[in-house]
Design a protein around this ligand. Structure first.
Ligand code: CAA
Length: 388
C-alpha cells in the first residue's frame, strides 16, 4: 500500500489508516476465477477429509465470470472430479453471490432433497477498478470454499435468524463491456449501511439487543475501515441514535466494542484486499484460525452485502470442536509464499490481463508460476486450463 500510495502521489496514511489496508493480492493473467475456485475447493475437501462423492450441489458465487453463458462452476466440477449427479451453477449478485449460494444450500439440505449429501459453495473473485482510480487500493483477488452440511463442524447458521434486504441502486457495477468496476464510492458506503440496518431488522426485529451476547461480528469487508463503519451502524441500532466522536463516552463504547468483536478478524482482509463475494468469509477464516477455541459454542453475526444491491444478516454458532480444524483452514503458508511486485510489474500484469481472454497461449512461467492449475489461453474460442 505504501508503494502504491507513493506511486499515486497520495499520503500512505490514507490507504493504511484511512482505508485500513496493508497489501493487496494481484492475480496474474494465468489465474482466474476458475483456477482460484478449484484451488480453494481442493484444499477444503482434502483438508477436511471430505470425499468428493459426498458433494450433491456445487455453487460458485462470482462477479468475475469467464463467460456470458458457461458457469465457472462447471469447469470446477470437472477439475474436482465430482459426481455427475450433482446440481451445479453460478450465482452472481456482486459481493453477495456466495451468501446467496450458502443460504440456497441450507434450503436444499433443509428441504430433504440433499439425501445426506453436502453442498460445496465457493466464493471466487478478482476485484478490478483500474489504475489510478479511487478504488485501486481496495483491489484484491482470492477464493474461499465452504462445505455446507447437515451437521456443520465450524459454524451452524440459525435458519430462524436470517434476514434479507434488496434495493435497486447504482452504487457499483461492471458493465458487459468493461473488465473494471464502476463505483459511486461514497454512495456505495451509504447503500451498504442501509442494507445492514434493513437485513438486521428482518433477521432479529427492531428491538433486538444482541451485541452484548455475541462473540464476534463479521462484515463484508471491501476495505477494513468499512467494517468499522458497519460496526458503528450495528451498535447505533441498539444504542438508539447516532454515535459521534463528540460524545467521548459513547465513542469509547463503540471503539471498545469494535476492538473486541470486529477488529481482531480483519487481518486477512487487510493483507489480501477486497475479494468481493469471499471477503466476509475471509474474516470468518481469520476468526476460526485465531479464536475457534475461545469462541466455541458462542454466537456470532455475519453480514453479507452485494452492491446493486442485496444483503443478508444472520446469526451462527461456532462449533464446539472447530479449533480442531484450525491448521486446515489457515492460509498463512500461501500468504508467506506471495511475491512482492514492483509498481512496474503490477501495472504490466494489469496490462497483460486486459488481453488474456483472447491470447492463444499464455505461459505461467513468464509470471513466475509453476506447479499449479493455470489458465493458459483461449483456442478455438475455448478456455484452456493446464496443471503445471
Ligand atoms: N491519513 C489518514 N486517513 C486519511 C488520510 C490520511 N492522510 N487521507 C484520507 N484519509 C481517510 C479519510 O478521512 C477517509 O476516512 P473516513 O471514511 O473515515 O472519513 C478515508 O481515508 C478514505 O478517504 P476518502 O473517502 O477521501 O477516499 P476516496 O474517496 O478516494 O475513496 C472509496 C474511498 C470511496 C471507498 C474508494 O476506495 C472506492 O470507491 N472504493 C470502491 C467502492 C467500495 O469499496 N465501496 C464500499 C461499499 S460497497 C461494497 O461493499 C461492495 C464492494 O465490495 C465494492
Amino acid at each position: 500500500m505504501t508503494d502504491l500510495a507513493e506511486a499515486r502521489d497520495v499520503d500512505p496514511g490514507k490507504y493504511l489508516q484511512g482505508l485500513g489496508q496493508r497489501r493487496m493480492a494481484i492475480a496474474s493473467p494465468c489465474e482466474d476465477t476458475v483456477t482460484m475456485a478449484a484451488d480453494a475447493a481442493t484444499r477444503a475437501l482434502q483438508g477436511f477429509d471430505i470425499d468428493p462423492a459426498e458433494i450433491g450441489t456445487l455453487i460458485v458465487g462470482t462477479e468475475t465470470g469467464v463467460d456470458h453463458s458457461k458457469p465457472v462452476a462447471v469447469y470446477v466440477h470437472e477439475l474436482l472430479g465430482l459426481d455427475q449427479r450433482c446440481r451445479t451453477f453460478e450465482t452472481k449478485h456482486a459481493c453477495y453471490g456466495a451468501m446467496a449460494g450458502l443460504t440456497a444450500s441450507m434450503d436444499w439440505i433443509g428441504s430433504g432433497r440433499a439425501r445426506g449429501r453436502k453442498a460445496l459453495v465457493i466464493a471466487s473473485d478478482i476485484a478490478r477498478y483500474g489504475l489510478k482510480t479511487a478504488g485501486e487500493p481496495t483491489q484484491g483477488a482470492g477464493a474461499v470454499a465452504m462445505v455446507i452440511a447437515e451437521d456443520p463442524r465450524l459454524l451452524a447458521i440459525d435458519p430462524q435468524r436470517i434476514g434479507d434486504y434488496t434495493r435497486q441502486v447504482m452504487d457499483f457495477w461492471r458493465p458487459l463491456y468493461s473488465k473494471y468496476a464502476f463505483a459511486d464510492g461514497h454512495y456505495s458506503i451509504q447503500c451498504y449501511l442501509d442494507a445492514l440496518a434493513g437485513a438486521r431488522v428482518d433477521a432479529v426485529g427492531e428491538e433486538a439487543e444482541l451485541l452484548a451476547g455475541l462473540g464476534a461480528c463479521l462484515y463484508h469487508v471491501p476495505f477494513v475501515k468499512m467494517a468499522f463503519k458497519a460496526h458503528q451502524r450495528h451498535l447505533e441500532m441498539e444504542y438508539g441514535g447516532p454515535l459521534s466522536k463528540d460524545h467521548t463516552e459513547a465513542w469509547r463504547m463503540l471503539t471498545d466494542s469494535y476492538q473486541r468483536l470486529a477488529a481482531p478478524w480483519l487481518g486477512l482482509n487487510a493483507e489480501i484486499g477486497n475479494i468481493y463475494t469471499g471477503s466476509l468469509f475471509l474474516a470468518l477464516i481469520d476468526l476460526l484460525r485465531q479464536a475457534a477455541e475461545g469462541l466455541a459454542g458462542r454466537e456470532i453475526s455475519l453480514f453479507s452485502y452485494g452492491s446493486g444491491c442485496g444483503a443478508t444478516y444472520c446469526i451462527g454458532r461456532i462449533g464446539d470442536r472447530a479449533a480442531h480444524w484450525r491448521e486446515a483452514l489457515d492460509p498463512a503458508e500461501q500468504l508467506a509464499a506471495r511475491r512482492r511486485l514492483s509498481i512496474e510489474e503490477y501495472e504490466g500484469l494489469i496490462g497483460d490481463t486486459e488481453q488474456a481472454d483472447t491470447v492463444e497461449r499464455l505461459d505461467p512461467a513468464r509470471y513466475g508460476l509453476d506447479g499449479g492449475l493455470y489458465y493458459v489461453g483461449t483456442r478455438d474460442h475455448r478456455r484452456q486450463y493446464s496443471r503445471g
